[in-house]
Write a protein that binds this ligand. Structure first.
Ligand code: PGA
Length: 268
């Protein structure tokens, strides 16, 4: 189970270090197979890296540039992220697509650079409320995923995480409507189909994980993580406090018995 914390720009450096230290203490008790990834701001990364060193917690960035070196004032190299022990990088988050006008083409270039550098991209895709109301959801998922992955090879050592994040379900800036497990299951099946189209079922099984993000909290997380096609969650607001984020992780790991628990990457 993959639990990725997206702290966005919500914590300062000191708060990020304190939260990372609190997470390190509790992460000792997490069962094997639970991968917890902390994604602080760029400026906090080195400090959080020091705080999580020697623990099982992983580090991720919230973005990166598409070149590793050069005259690109203000940009952040994926190679530098690797030097700071980052293993993951969130790419194409809807907040970047909206506020920074990030395009599908830019996300594609960033994804290529991230893979080249040995980072695992957490590629965020998802429709906004208008697109959902206009029955454009599948189209948006297909467009964003194909544009990001066109021409990208996934070798045996590469990993890709695709995060289905319907914009309307994100806690800040969303509509206040929560996605239902059925909607998330449907979207994850669409994503699987596209990945199979692009790479085949064997690569899907070997290299790709699908997570859900959008107002995930301790009460609803199990309804998503029990879905047979999901491998974890991307958590924003509920990851900003150690006790709440741990409650999310523990609810995902110890769900109340209800839906199917078959987590195999069965080909559809
Ligand atoms: P949220 O954020 O959990 O606060 O909805 C998720 C995200 O934007 O990645």
């Amino acid at each position: 189970m993959l639990a990725i914390a997206n702290w966005k720009m919500k914590l300062d450096v000191l708060q990020s270090v304190a939260l990372a230290q609190a997470m390190v203490k509790s992460a000792r008790h997490l069962p094997q197979g639970t991968e917890v990834v902390l994604c602080p701001t760029f400026l906090s990364l080195a400090h959080v890296a020091a705080a999580v060193k020697g623990s099982t917690l992983r580090l991720g960035a919230q973005d990166c540039f598409w070149e590793t070196q050069g005259a690109f004032t203000g940009e952040v190299s994926p190679a530098d992220l690797r030097q700071l022990d980052c293993q993951y990088v969130i790419l194409g988050h809807s907040e970047r697509r909206e506020h920074m006008q990030e395009t599908d083409g830019q996300v594609h270039r960033k994804l290529e650079a991230a893979l080249r550098t040995g980072l695992t991209p957490v590629l965020c895709i998802g429709e906004n409320y208008q697109e959902r109301s206009g029955s454009q959801k599948d189209y948006v998922l297909i467009r964003q995923l194909q544009a990001a992955l066109q021409g990208v090879t996934l070798g045996p050592d590469d990993r890709l995480v695709v995060a289905y994040e319907p914009v309307w379900a994100i806690s800040t800036g969303g509509t206040g409507i929560e996605a239902t497990p059925d909607e998330v299951q449907y979207a994850s099946e669409v994503i699987r189909h596209i990945i199979i189209d692009l790479y085949g079922a064997a690569v899907l099984q070997r290299s790709v994980q699908i997570v859900y993000g959008g107002s995930v909290n301790p009460s609803n997380v199990a309804s998503f993580t029990q879905l047979p096609t999901l491998h974890g969650v991307l958590v924003g607001s509920a990851s900003l406090d150690a006790a709440t984020f741990l409650a999310v992780i523990s609810a995902a790991l110890n769900p109340m018995p209800s839906r199917t628990t078959d987590r195999s990457n069965t080909v559809i």
